[in-house]
Design a protein around this ligand. Structure first.
Ligand code: AMP
Ligand code: MG
Length: 337
């Protein structure tokens, strides 16, 4: 097998077959970094119980050390390795939504190094549903800490090619499992207080969580000032190279404004990339399509050397909440019409 290994700047590009998954697991166990596909986006994995390996994640990404990582497990029982207690509600949600795009913030066990949780008393845990992710965690035999496999601040990667664009030469390997089905990251849900609070909207919707729990689910907000409810909230994220202007409001009005802006920038000689919402056969925003293609489209604007990116806002219900959260963080300016 060694002879046929493909490397890009020293990073192994592995097909997601059993021998390659075993090799990737060995790299993880030896303290290395492996990017792997999940149903949301590609993760950059290291052993969650190896502080030196976890430190390498932060330096490969250029991630601020006060932004904690999500720990990935392959079985529900594995949660007890990283969480000191698991409330009843969490057990129920694990039953209902795992494996899947839901990360649960729980009280942290002492086995988890400080760096994983950025010193917080809590840990975020999820069980992904992608077979390659599950195979890798099982073969490694340890929980895997993994943020998105992009350089910090850039759009998250939804293919191995996007991972290599950002991290070739900075990580040991990437397992190529094709493109990600959901395309935006997991929902981060805090269950450590009396109320269930979404810290980051994602692949499992607030509506689905509220209906499963039979209680309201809150969305955390942060307007600057004191410590945010989740460290990730204070960082600008997901940004393509060109400035992105997000236009929100009723569909007819936002489209008029987008056309005016496009014309304005074109006349000034700028290359304009337009991200316009995609309608399904019923004439509604096709949220699954939009979320699957969102980060890829932002990276495509970079590849096309856009001078400015104009993005059309969508209704922020259901999966739209995650899309609008990412667009809002990527935006240089938001115009409400
Ligand atoms: P990423 O790894 O890029 O998907 O980002 C993980 C997100 O989860 C960031 O926004 C973190 O701030 C958030 N997160 C991870 N662990 C915790 C935690 N223990 N408490 C609150 N937020 C967390
Ligand atoms: Mg990320």
């Amino acid at each position: 097998m060694e002879k046929t290994l493909l490397q890009i700047k020293g990073t192994l590009w592995l097909k997601p077959e059993d021998p390659a998954i075993r090799k990737a697991a060995q790299i993880i166990c030896a303290g290395g970094l492996v990017a792997f596909p999940t149903e949301t986006v590609y993760g950059l994995g290291a052993s969650a119980i190896d502080p030196a390996a976890v430190a390498r994640i932060f330096s490969a990404k250029g991630r601020p050390s006060d932004n904690p990582l999500i720990v990935h497990v392959a079985a529900r029982e594995q949660v007890y390795q990283v969480a000191s207690s698991v409330p009843e509600r969490a057990l129920y949600l694990m039953e209902r939504f795992w494996p899947g795009p839901l990360s649960l913030v729980l009280p942290r066990s002492s086995a988890v190094p400080d760096l994983v949780c950025a010193g917080l008393p809590t840990v975020a845990v999820r069980m992904p549903s992608h077979p390659v992710a599950l195979g890798l965690i099982r073969a490694a035999g340890v929980p895997i800490a993994a943020p998105s496999a992009n350089r910090s601040g850039r759009p998250s990667p939804t293919s191995a090619r996007c991972v290599l664009e950002d991290l070739a030469g900075r990580i040991d390997a990437v397992l190529d499992g094709g493109t990600c089905r959901i395309g935006v990251e997991s929902t981060v849900l805090d269950l450590t207080g009396p109320r269930a609070v979404i810290l980051r909207p994602g692949g499992v919707t607030r509506e689905a969580l509220a209906s499963a729990l039979g209680e309201p689910v809150f969305q955390a907000a942060w307007k600057g000032g004191d410590a945010p409810p989740s460290p990730g909230m204070k960082y600008r994220h997901y940004a393509p190279r060109a400035p992105l202007i997000l236009v929100t409001g009723p569909p007819s009005r936002r489209r008029i404004v987008l056309n005016i802006l496009a014309e304005y920038f074109r006349r000034r000689g700028l290359k304009v990339c337009l991200l316009s919402s995609f309608l399904n056969q019923h004439g509604h925003d096709d949220l699954e399509y939009i979320s699957r293609h969102l980060f890829r489209s932002l990276r495509r604007c970079d590849a096309l050397k856009a001078g400015v990116i104009l993005a059309e806002g969508i209704d922020s219900r259901g999966l739209g909440a995650a899309v609008m959260n990412r667009l809002g963080k990527a935006a240089f300016r938001v115009i409400r019409v």
